[in-house]
Design a protein around this ligand. Structure first.
Ligand SMILES: [Ca+2]
Ligand SMILES: [Ca+2]
Ligand SMILES: [Ca+2]
Length: 763
């Protein structure tokens, strides 16, 4: 019995290349979200538990939540924040009937880091995603990134994310997919880049790529799905509280919208008319949600929050100053001045949130997770940066104030106005901190955060007297500068280690026929009260067997303690090729209250091993990861579609059955011990050499974790190498190509005529 490690762990290093890398090998395991039925409480959360119980008495259950996250809506966007030219009647009424925050902040001045912080409650010096993608892989969330959806599912909430998720890779069944991060229902864009398409050819519904009818406007589809989710709570799921995280991509660039509406005849550029119409479309979307909540009788039981991920943009030819989209604040999207990060935040729940209220509390959107947890009576992770503001939302009590707020910026994008505000420093790494009314903004000498403090340019502003950040007071307040510099230094932690929370499932990404593997499940008591009768359970696909290797129960789990159990799993001699879920459940008693968390991992089983001599290009691979784009297969004699590098020609000699890859790459095949010999020709082909003679790579053949053959440096001038490798007994064959000269720009490399001889005697 052998525990199988995913070969990808030893695979090629991922690096940014011209096209998006396939974001990790397909062998990478996926994890399911955390779910559970009932709440537990922590000592510091006792108030919230009491409040939740009082709320439960009043409403019969915890409140529902609708969180609307606009994309690039500046502080001055809504009429309620001073907007004069763009109509936002529904947002304005929301403000009049609810609570308007005047000093709410995103944690970053661009999309991806802002959204990661919003979901996880960690500021941009602690969060997993701190930058927008420069051009390669998208930022990704992992199993340690507990989102507010995972937190609420522990309380029995039904959860949906509809709209822009904004994290890659664009694949189902992986830890960065919303379904794996606590959202039971997902519809919309997975990746950051895809969300820039208002008329997409496809969107995602959970793990499925769905085609979009030609000409359909994504915001309309997003609205339709959001309303349909609400409808289920008047019907089939009327008893369960819900969370709807609604993240439309308006009013992000480009200024595309099917109907310019009331702005069609304004004397503005087409881009500005479209941008204004997008802001109003956001408003009508919010209006449609509120109307539906009312019609379903859910409005008084639902807390609705509306905010934005960063300040106003000037992209696609729009002029944010025409509309004064930053209001009296300095800067735009990408700036760490207030205009880049101070955003609208409205809260509405008739009968609970005070109508017409205004809060000046500096409130970073990291506060969302603990606030929802508090109101929902669900335990929250202790190692987050946010603080609950439930006290401002009709539940009584004054919320704690932040000691300081922190922002980080390292972004590939530059726009004219934002760069001018930054004094030409928009592409430098920047940071900001606010403590009380003092705010420091500083710029590193380049993109290097490790530069000594004295090499940074730091500005100091008094936001109470100077909210527009016009007067730099740094020279006059050296002690304040020193204090804030120390806060900047300590706020950014390169490798922020998380405490355990809920359940974690560890399993290999691949299960081989007839070979056992181990699954590790950990249940962590992240509350401040001891748990009793903790129990773990693992469920495997039908026909698979399992055996615990360690105790699966504990009489008592102290606060912070964890119960870890290991199972040995047997997938059977001939499981069908595909993706399978192993599911774990952890249950315990928190006082008299039962708690339950669930989690899952996806384990893949490979395609069948070859039974006769074959070319690799005629076999299905276990996984194919390529630094350039899709792995190209020569079909000059084969059955698959051709790529642009075929047929494979080395020095004018043409080889059929080629596989064109771009370093770094890894192709994995399941041989099941049946093959005896691999032969191939590998090198920089003539097609690639014509593009540039600069390609230089190394090719390797691995069998079950052992290097069997390496090419030495391959260049076009040096010609290809003949491969002849004994693969007797090998279960997993990996073909790897690495960069050899610190430059992978022209590293297109081809495996040609890759042929396996099968050892019939081994059958
Ligand atoms: Ca944005
Ligand atoms: Ca302004
Ligand atoms: Ca190279």
């Amino acid at each position: 019995m052998v525990a199988i490690a995913a070969p990808a762990a030893q695979g090629v290093p991922l690096s940014a290349t011209r096209r998006q890398f396939l974001a990790g090998s397909a062998l990478t395991a996926a994890a399911g979200g955390v779910t559970a039925a009932l709440p537990s409480t922590r000592a510091e959360g006792a108030d919230s538990a009491e409040r939740a119980e009082r709320g439960a008495e009043r409403h019969g259950r915890p409140p529902n939540f609708v969180v609307v996250l606009a994309d690039d809506l500046g502080w001055g966007g809504p009429g309620a924040y001073g907007q004069r030219l763009v109509s936002t009647p529904r947002l304005d009424r929301l403000a009049a009937e609810g609570l308007r925050f005047t000093q709410a902040y995103s944690t970053a001045a661009v999309c991806a880091p802002s959204r990661c912080s919003l979901l996880t409650g960690l500021h941009s010096g602690h969060a997993a995603v701190r930058e927008n993608p420069f051009n390669g892989p998208q930022g990704s969330l992992g199993d340690d990134d507990t989102t507010f959806a995972e937190v609420l599912r522990a309380r029995g909430y039904r959860t949906a994310c509809i709209g822009k998720w904004g994290f890659g890779p664009e694949e189902a069944a992986q830890p960065s997919h919303p379904n794996a991060r606590g959202f039971e229902e997902f519809f919309g864009y997975l990746t950051h880049g895809h969300a820039h398409e208002y008329f997409p050819t496809h969107l995602w519904h959970n793990g499925e790529r769905v085609e979009v009818p030609e000409g359909a406007y994504a915001v309309d589809l997003i609205e339709e799905r959001a309303l349909a989710f609400l409808d289920t709570h008047a019907g089939a799921h009327a008893d369960a509280p819900f969370l709807l995280f609604l993240a439309p991509n308006v009013p992000h660039a480009p200024s595309e919208i099917p109907d310019l509406g009331e702005y069609a005849d304004r004397p503005w550029s087409e881009a500005d008319k479209g941008h204004a119409a997008q802001i109003t479309r956001l408003d009508t979307l919010v209006g449609a949600v509120l109307d539906r909540l009312r019609r379903l009788g859910l409005d008084r039981r639902t807390l609705t929050l509306v905010t934005s991920d960063n300040g106003p943009h000037e992209e696609g030819g729009t002029d944010p100053d025409l509309f004064d989209l930053n209001g009296p604040l300095r800067g735009y999207k990408r700036n760490l001045y207030e205009g880049g990060v101070r955003v609208p935040l409205l809260a509405w729940q008739p009968g609970t949130v005070e109508a017409g209220a205004v809060s000046e509390r500096p409130t970073q959107l990291t506060d969302l997770l603990p606030t929802l947890a508090d109101l929902g009576g669900a335990p929250a992770p202790r190692d987050i940066d946010g603080l609950s503001v439930a006290g401002l939302l009709g539940r009584g009590g004054r919320p704690a104030r932040h000691g300081h707020l922190y922002w980080y910026r390292n972004d590939p994008g530059s726009t004219r106005r934002a760069n001018a505000e930054d004094g030409g420093r928009i592409l430098r790494l920047g940071e900001a901190v606010r403590r009380e009314d003092w705010k420091a903004v500083r710029f590193a000498p380049a993109r290097d955060r490790t530069a000594p403090d004295e090499e940074w340019q730091l500005e100091l502003y008094d936001l109470a007297a100077d909210p527009g950040e016009t007067t730099d007071l740094a020279a006059a307040h050296p002690a304040r500068v020193a204090e804030l510099t120390a806060l900047l230094r300590e706020s950014w932690v390169a490798d922020y280690r998380r405490e355990g929370f809920g359940i974690r499932v560890g399993a290999p990404g691949l299960a081989l026929p007839g070979e056992a593997f181990d699954v590790t499940v950990t249940l962590t008591n992240a509350t401040a009260a001891a748990w009793t009768d903790a129990r773990l359970r693992l469920t495997v696909p039908e026909g698979w067997r399992l055996r615990p290797l360690s105790p699966v129960a504990a009489r008592r789990l102290a606060p912070g303690a964890a119960l870890t159990a290991v199972w040995r799993v047997f997938p059977g001699a001939r499981p069908a090729a595909g993706s399978w879920q192993v599911r774990a459940e952890g249950a315990a008693r928190n006082g008299r209250t039962p708690v339950r968390y669930t989690g899952a991992r996806t384990v893949r089983t490979p395609p069948p091993a070859p039974v006769a001599d074959a070319y690799l290009s005629d076999l299905d691979w276990v996984s194919a990861a390529n630094g350039w784009g899709p792995v190209e297969i020569d079909t000059s004699n084969g059955r698959k579609e051709a790529g642009d590098g075929t047929p494979i020609s080395f020095g004018g000699i043409v080889h059929a059955k080629g596989l064109g890859v771009h370093a770094p790459s890894e192709l994995v095949y399941y041989l099941g011990g049946r093959a005896a010999r691999l032969t191939a020709v590998v090198g920089i082909d003539d097609f690639s050499a014509r593009q540039s003679p600069a390609g230089a790579t190394v090719a390797e053949v691995w069998g079950d974790g052992t290097l069997r053959w390496a090419s030495g440096t391959l260049t076009a001038a040096g010609g290809p190498r003949a491969v002849e490798v004994d693969v007797t007994g090998v279960s997993l064959l990996r073909l790897v190509v690495r960069d050899a000269n610190g430059d992978n720009s022209y590293d297109h490399t081809s495996w040609a005529a890759a042929h396996l001889r099968v050892a019939h005697a081994a059958e």
